[in-house]
Write a protein that binds this ligand. Structure first.
Ligand SMILES: Nc1ncnc2c1ncn2[C@@H]1O[C@H](COP(=O)(O)OP(=O)(O)O)[C@@H](O)[C@H]1O
Ligand SMILES: O=P(O)(O)OC[C@H]1O[C@](O)(COP(=O)(O)O)[C@@H](O)[C@@H]1O
Ligand SMILES: [Mg+2]
Length: 373
């Protein structure tokens, strides 16, 4: 549905007080969404409360009023003024009962607290995990609007999540820098980027940064194929190569490289180390010096680039407009040039991975970039 973005709401709305929270891994643009939502709501006479640290604050009652003065100056700021969490699912919330740590369903408390605080609707800014929790609350009767956040860009039903393009820009900058040192030293340079199950950052950064090989979770790689690509370049006089590898990439028939497992998370796997593994394997078969850079949380931190500031702002405005229009259980999304509303259930039912016929992937292949297959 196209929600007539930017039209002034002149109808009557039952919503008088909105809550807003940010959940999951932080990403550039969170503050821009909060700012846009608060400004839009206040402009229409709607009160806003911020919930601290995602759904943790919803369980613990950690709320604070948000007025325009509270969001002044936060547009360029990375992170989230509300805090966030990768844990703390109210439907399975770790709770100490005496000496014993139990996992309890605390969702009813959240519903009661929202009622007591006079909160009419919730704007949940998150990825698949946080929006899945929001959807569970929607099933219990909470009025919810979702905003698609994640640097990984792996949410369905939207062309883009905010934060992704900033992460790509950061990775591209790293690639530009790695290029000059790779060329000087005649080395293979590997850049490990984020992307657990989807290779969007690796694909886009690889194309933007002129990588020779891009390895993504969706295409298991064969070492022989990567070695051949590097050696072919050397035969043509290019004695260096640039490889971008997503943290979730894996060899054909092999597994992802897990750095460690973390309790209390729905997905307990913390990835990391595929770059180092690949470097060791490649040095053996190519006899070329290889170095690895793990970009890590640099991709998540810092100021959003202009396109993400615009996208985040549009999402923040659209989320409030959806609430005012009484359109709940929906996520705002970008489809083509338009901000639309899509059912949250459709957005979270599976991850959006890179399809094998993705146009950007095809363009990359056409110009000779290798994917290790
Ligand atoms: N499929 C799921 N269903 C319900 N809750 C989930 C699911 N995946 C993750 N969660 C919970 O959602 C929270 C945030 O998830 P996470 O993946 O860290 O962030 P994001 O919202 O960016 O996807 C965590 O508390 C996690 O326990
Ligand atoms: O270091 P953390 O915070 O545990 O999370 C790392 C993960 O978070 C991400 O940056 C983003 O994931 P989410 O958007 O699901 O939070 C992944 O790319 C990465 O695997
Ligand atoms: Mg997630």
């Amino acid at each position: 549905m196209k929600p007539n973005e930017g039209e002034q709401w002149d109808g009557q709305s039952e919503v008088k007080k909105l809550a807003i929270l940010t959940g999951g891994g932080d990403c550039p643009g969170l503050n821009a969404v909060i700012r846009a939502a608060v400004k839009t709501a206040c402009h229409r006479g709607i009160a806003v409360v911020g919930i601290q640290d995602g759904f943790r604050g919803a369980v613990e009652g950690d709320f604070r009023p948000l007025e325009p003065k509270d969001v002044s100056g936060i547009l360029p700021r990375g992170g989230t003024i509300l805090g966030t969490t990768n844990r703390d699912n109210p439907f399975a919330y770790p709770t100490w009962v005496g000496e014993e740590r139990q996992v309890q369903d605390r969702s009813a408390e959240v519903m009661d607290r929202f009622k007591a605080e006079g909160i009419d609707a919730l704007i949940a800014i998150g990825g698949d995990g946080s929006l899945s929790i929001a959807l569970e609350f929607a099933k219990q009767g909470l009025k919810v609007v979702g905003v698609p956040k994640t640097i990984d860009n792996d949410l369905m039903c939207t062309d883009l999540t905010f934060g992704f393009q900033t992460a790509v820009a950061t990775a591209q900058d790293a690639l530009d820098r790695l290029h000059t040192t790779a060329e000087s030293h005649h080395r293979i340079m590997i850049l490990e980027v984020m992307g657990r199950y989807a290779g969007w950052i690796a694909l886009y950064a690889g194309v933007a940064g002129g990588a020779d090989v891009i390895l993504i979770p969706e295409i298991p790689y064969q070492l022989r194929s990567i070695a051949e690509a590097v050696q072919r370049r050397a035969r043509l006089g290019k004695h260096f190569s640039i490889i971008v590898v997503a943290e979730g990439a894996k060899p054909l028939g092999g597994d992802m490289v897990v750095e460690r497992t973390m309790s209390g998370r729905t997905d307990p796997i913390k990835l990391g180390g595929i770059g180092a593994k690949l470097a060791a394997d490649l040095e053996k078969v190519t006899d070329m010096e290889t170095r690895v850079t793990v970009l890590g949380h640099l991709q998540r931190g810092g100021s959003p680039i202009a396109v993400d500031r615009v996208l985040s702002t549009r999402y923040g405005v659209a989320a409030v407009e959806s609430a005012l229009a009484g359109d709940f259980g929906m996520m705002v999304a970008l489809q083509g040039q338009d901000i639309v509303r899509v059912p949250m259930a459709e957005a979270v039912h599976k991850l959006k991975q890179v399809e094998l016929d993705d146009p950007v992937l095809n363009s990359a292949r056409s110009m000779g970039i290798k994917f290790g297959d």
